[in-house]
Design a protein around this ligand. Structure first.
Ligand code: WTA
Length: 674
């Protein structure tokens, strides 16, 4: 399979490029009449939002959320780029996700069906989940956590992750989740930057049938003094032996499980910080993206309802994202619960214990809305359509995609094989489930560009239209809107409720990173084109951020990790097109004069070194030892040329290199090594 036509998406876009050379995807798939007739959101919302954006969002805020104190102003944009939404309002996120549903008689509705990797299961109703969160809130408070304090969370995909996040939100503590695939060093730097007081972790989890540790990384992260952590709460998950630090460490069972189920939720200011989530940017240091309460909850809840056509009393929703990423925050921990939905949560990998595990889960719980990433879809395509065909997927009625551009082949496969399956015996649905390709970022907090399943005639491979109340555009290098049929840079022209409120501790960096490239616009870092109908096609990052299996990684961060190894003099990292993971990390390194080039040994050592510095997810797929790197006269590494090498292409125009024989030297040296 090839990634065409999205191969274009992996080539940095030239400024203001015409897009005639990109292949066109002409298919359009209109929603069925039946789907449209029952859709929760109709086309009228676009016009309503266009007429008065803040008023549209104010209506959503009041309809979707319960405020303990109503707001007086929808949007304060008097000091851009610092926005305030729903000014003067007060609300409690956990009350909105839990207590109010119980008060409204929905206490017996299932909130979470949990499926552990080894096959253990747990079910939480809204009433039970509310009790668990109240207990955790009491326990965290008794450990000295107060409103505004930061709590680092290093947990697997188990219900305690959601319980921890909501307990923090309940007491006004700010959570900072660190994905379990990050190393002790990465965890330490995030704990330090946020000055966390408490860490919540687990002994470990299961990965492909084997126990996988977590607590040991927390111990290592806290082994040196100079941090602010006072307590560590540990969930017993896989029962593995752990080191124990008396006084600091507390089992969840001895603290949370013992705490009182009485806990009164009080309202917090609409702009009270809800969480920090670190993400990779173009520099070596991850940015702590800050989200606040009222606007974030409004837009996540609205989009979850509108884009997935959520009918909370009948749907079973499953988002496969890990809570360590923004998708797991917005569309696992918050929006589904705010909307009173029933959701599935799965701990493990798709191939454990067999490659049909996801389809088995969908059949078992009658999942009706599935939200996942293109990299997973491409993996399933590789495994073959016979595997999902063995299961009854007839419950599925909406399919979502997120995290990276989805190529039309994968889109069609998703629709036909997963969305068109009407039972184990190969029956086909008359109307396969619509696909909603959702573009957004950690920074945007919630979905920004996506079809509405009951309204939009979808095009395979395109996220298409900004959601109601969102002002997106594609501009040329001077910030002028490009005409239909042209490509450029994706920008957001108006503030939106779930927008990041800044970078933790660094307001200047917030302005520089997102608001300085184009006057008065948020620059997302993505290239995009408008087709002849004005629909938007995402073309991938135009900066030094890579997208590996939908996970964001920075080239610079991995380069810094490599050069911190004593054997490395210089390193350059590129994201090379990969059929399954979208992109793969390829590193070019120059070894120090005194380092012994021991071939495979040094390469393995460098991969492990990156794993230790950042985490296993950042380990380069390929490391190539080269004698030199291609640089311009001003010393900038020309990654474009290295990408040509990494993707096995003829090397492009090298005339701006300070020494234009270098590419020849590099390719010769790589040939010799083969
Ligand atoms: C990419 C994940 C194309 C994009 C929610 C963005 C996408 C980055 C899509 C953000 C999509 C996300 N089509 N590209 N539907 N969704 N991206 O912060 O490059 O982990 O800038 O947020 O993923 O990644 P992040």
């Amino acid at each position: 399979m090839s990634n065409a036509p999205t191969t274009a998406s992996f080539v940095p876009l030239q400024d203001g490029d015409a897009v005639e050379n990109l292949s066109r995807e002409a298919r359009r798939l209109a929603p069925s009449a039946g789907f449209t007739a029952n859709a929760v959101v109709g086309a009228a919302e676009y016009a309503e939002a266009d007429a008065d954006r803040p008023a549209f969002w104010a209506r959503q805020a009041r309809e979707l959320l319960t405020w303990s104190k109503d707001f007086t102003q929808a949007l304060d944009w008097s000091k851009p780029p610092f926005a305030k939404w729903f000014v003067g309002g007060e609300l409690n996120a956990a009350y909105n996700a839990l207590d109010r549903h119980v008060e409204n008689g929905l206490g017996d509705r299932v909130a979470i069906y949990f499926e552990g990797e080894p096959g253990d299961t747990r079910t939480y109703t809204y009433a039970q989940l509310t009790e668990e969160v109240k207990k955790a809130a009491n326990a965290f408070e008794s450990l000295g956590v107060a409103k505004g304090d930061r709590v680092a969370v290093y947990l697997p995909m188990i219900p305690e992750a959601v319980i921890t996040l909501l307990a923090c939100a309940r007491i006004g503590a700010v959570h900072s989740v660190v994905f379990g695939g990050f190393s002790a060093d990465a965890l330490r730097s995030r704990i330090e930057d946020a000055e966390a007081k408490l860490v919540v972790t687990a002994d470990g989890t299961y990965r492909r049938g084997k126990p996988s540790p977590l607590k040991s990384a927390v111990d290592e992260a806290l082994s040196k003094d100079g941090h602010t952590v006072q307590n560590v709460v540990v969930v017993k998950r896989n029962g593995a032996d752990v080191d124990w630090h008396g006084g600091r460490d507390h089992w969840w069972a001895d603290t949370v499980d013992q705490a009182s189920t009485n806990h009164q939720a009080v309202g917090h200011d609409s702009e009270h910080p809800l969480y920090i989530l670190y993400t990779s940017g173009t520099t070596g240091k991850p940015k702590g993206i800050l989200h606040t309460t009222g606007g974030y909850l409004t837009q996540t809840a609205y989009t979850h309802k509108a884009v997935f056509d959520l009918h909370p009393d009948t749907d079973v929703y499953w988002c496969t994202a890990d809570v360590g990423w923004v998708t797991g925050h917005s569309y696992v921990a918050y929006a589904p619960l705010i909307n009173g939905a029933t959701q599935v949560m799965y701990e493990g990998t798709p191939d454990s214990p067999h490659q049909g595990r996801w389809w088995e889960i969908i059949e078992k719980y009658k999942v009706s809305i599935l939200y996942t990433a293109p990299t997973a879809i491409r993996t399933f395509m590789k495994w073959g359509k016979d595997i999902p065909a063995k299961y009854d997927l007839s419950s599925i009625r909406v399919l979502g995609s997120v995290g990276e551009p989805i190529n039309p082949e994968a889109w069609m496969w998703y629709r036909e094989v997963i969305g068109g399956n009407a039972g184990k015996n190969g029956e086909r649905k008359e109307n396969p489930a619509p696909i909603v390709d959702t573009w957004w970022q950690t920074e945007t907090g919630a979905q920004m560009i996506a079809p509405l399943p009951g309204v939009t005639a979808t095009k395979p491979g395109s996220a298409q239209v900004p959601l109601p109340g969102i002002a997106v555009d594609v501009v040329d290098e001077n910030g002028a809107s490009v005409p239909d049929g042209h490509g450029g840079f994706l920008v957001i022209r108006e503030p939106w409720p779930a927008m990041l409120r800044g970078i933790w501790g660094d307001p200047e960096r917030f302005k520089d990173t997102y608001w300085s490239r184009f006057e008065g616009m948020y620059f997302a870092g993505d290239g995009a084109k408008k087709d002849e109908d004005g629909d938007i096609w995402l073309l991938g990052r135009v900066d030094d951020v890579m997208n590996i299996s939908g996970h964001r990684l920075s080239t610079t961060e991995i380069e810094s990790a490599l050069v911190s190894h004593p054997a490395v003099a210089e390193a350059a990292v590129v994201g090379a097109a990969d059929e399954t993971t979208g992109q793969a990390v390829v590193a070019f390194v120059i070894l120090r004069g005194d380092a012994v080039d021991s071939g495979d040994t040094i390469i393995q050592e460098l991969r492990n070194h990156v794993g230790k510095e950042i985490g296993p997810i950042a380990k380069p797929k390929t490391i190539l030892v080269v004698p030199e790197l291609p640089k311009t006269r001003s010393g900038k590494i020309m990654r474009r040329l290295l990408k040509d090498v990494a993707e096995g292409r003829e090397v492009g125009d090298a005339t701006t290199l300070a020494d234009n024989t270098i590419m020849q030297t590099i390719t010769d040296s790589l040939k010799r090594r083969k």
